[in-house]
Design a protein around this ligand. Structure first.
Ligand SMILES: [Zn+2]
Length: 59
């Protein structure tokens, strides 16, 4: 009941609301950029350590 990570769909008790960040690395012909997804998702610890994100629920 609501204990599934919305990124990897794994059962986990340690879920935190985050906004996913799409990070584009800087390259020789493009400036780097970071795009934040408005919709918050609940992620497990593993996803939070693997993928760029910003904590949700404040500001
Ligand atoms: Zn996950």
């Amino acid at each position: 009941m609501g204990t599934r990570c919305e990124n990897c769909d794994r059962d986990d008790d340690d879920l935190v609301s985050v906004h996913r960040l799409y990070v584009v690395p800087e390259d020789w012909d493009t400036a780097g950029s970071v795009t934040k997804v408005d919709q918050a998702e609940r992620w497990c610890f593993s996803c939070r350590s693997l993928y760029p994100h910003e904590l949700a629920g404040r500001g």
